[in-house]
Design a protein around this ligand. Structure first.
Ligand SMILES: [Zn+2]
Length: 427
């Protein structure tokens, strides 16, 4: 692998420190080995052994983490279609989605459930170098109670699709044990409902403390983690008390639940999935009719979510971007819309949004020592962006502006001219 010298960039290093102009970054092998101004090409390199890229002030930042990923959700209109799709077609789509994700500037992702063992197979193939994609924390099917929002079929129809129904502590334990046996990095439990499924609304709590705690015990005994879908206030309280590690949504929290989350902020991650709400409100009516969208209560729900995410952010809770992409009205590739919602709806400082997508991303990946910031010694997961995302966070949604994407020291994308000696302009 060639060394790479990125010259004269605007460095946003992911730590939250003020951005710095005129910075060079040297990548040797898969690691960042020097950062500074006017770096020289190390003398051991012949010209053909190093790529020199002049950035002229373009932004250098860490690769981002998508914290609520469903590689196997295939941009379908109905959630039932995810359930019914043959696993072979799902696999092909997921391979493509992994490539879309990394080409969107996301060099890692945390899965929030998948069909079958698809995530696991994709993670392993990416790690072996046979597929292009982000670093993946793989998940299995959604572990759900009978009647949950992912229990989508009449009781006389058996489908082994996006969820595994597990009722009672023993069944939850058995399911979680089996998912870890199959190679999952974490498991996903649906603790509250989700109003797009009319029989299991947001405000319903569908698992008991004992069932959630059983999953946490099994996960933690193996050094693994539990990711939950929890929207109702009671479901969030159950999750915090049961020591769940990652909570998606957490939007309908009352003061008591808010205080519980804040007290546990050093070990908890909150992933609100704001774009799920925004895009459903703005774009799903054309498919389902306005009446159906109004009936979900998402519009009122979004206002409550914004209010609660604001206070969680101000209290120093780690709120991460990640947004249930993989439906027709919020397809794969749009991931950075969540960053825009963090700035415009929650009112987060753009620098904090970048930190949340990068440094906090490395923490939720459990790779804080290796990725998430641009520091000497870390793995080279790096983006070069044409423009400054601190001035306009939406440029991260424009894939043509992600001019260089490097993961583990290797190019995923490079749209810029490469020289081999300082001053050369020849590719
Ligand atoms: Zn989800």
């Amino acid at each position: 692998m060639k060394a790479k010298l990125l010259r004269n960039g605007l460095l946003i290093d992911g730590t939250g420190q003020t951005e710095k102009a005129g910075v060079d970054v040297l990548i040797e092998g898969n690691r960042i080995t020097a950062i500074g101004s006017g770096l020289q090409v190390p003398s051991q390199y012949q010209p053909e052994e190093i790529d020199i890229i002049e950035l002229n002030g373009k932004t250098i930042m860490p690769g981002m983490t998508e914290a609520h990923t469903h590689l196997t959700w295939n941009n379908s209109l109905y959630i039932q279609d995810i359930d019914f799709a043959p696993i072979e077609e799902t696999m092909v789509a997921a391979i493509k989605n992994a490539e879309i994700m990394i080409k969107s500037g996301y060099t890692s992702c945390v899965s929030a459930a998948a069909r079958g063992r698809v995530d696991i197979a994709i993670r392993d193939a990416i790690n072996r170098g046979t597929l292009i994609g982000p670093r993946v924390l793989a998940n299995g099917a959604e572990v759900s109670a009978t009647g949950s929002f992912t229990d989508l079929h009449p009781s006389h129809v058996q489908v082994s699709g996006l969820s595994i129904l597990a009722d009672g502590e023993d069944a939850v334990r058995r399911t979680v044990r089996s998912l870890f046996k199959e190679g999952a990095d974490l498991v996903k439990l649906n603790v509250s409902g989700e109003s797009l499924t009319p029989h299991a609304r947001n405000e319903m709590t569908l698992y008991t403390y004992k069932e959630v705690r059983a999953a946490v015990e099994e996960a933690h005994a193996r050094g693994k983690r539990v990711y939950t879908h929890a929207r109702s206030s009671d479901s969030v309280k159950i999750c915090v008390e049961a020591e769940v590690d990652i909570i998606a949504h957490a939007d309908f929290i009352d003061d008591e639940a808010f205080n519980m989350v804040v007290q546990n902020k050093d070990r908890l991650f909150i992933v609100p999935g704001l774009n799920w709400l925004v895009s459903t409100i703005e774009e799903a009516a054309q498919y389902f009719g306005q009446e159906a969208i109004d009936a979900t209560g998402y519009k009122e729900g979004l206002e409550i979510a914004i209010k609660n995410m604001r206070r969680l952010y101000k209290a120093g809770v780690r709120v991460l971007p990640g947004g249930d992409y993989g439906f027709k009205w919020c397809p794969h590739g749009g991931y950075a819309r969540d960053l825009e919602h963090f700035v415009k709806l929650i009112g987060m400082d753009p620098m904090d949004v970048i930190v949340s997508a990068t440094k906090y991303g490395s923490q939720i990946m459990e790779m804080e020592d290796e990725i998430g910031t641009i520091e000497v010694g870390k793995l080279a997961d790096i983006l070069v962006v044409d423009g400054n995302p601190l001035e306009d966070i939406t440029i991260l949604q424009d894939h043509s502006k992600l001019e260089v994407i490097v993961k583990d020291g290797e190019y995923i994308t490079n749209l810029l001219e490469v020289a081999h000696q300082v001053g050369d302009t020849v590719a």
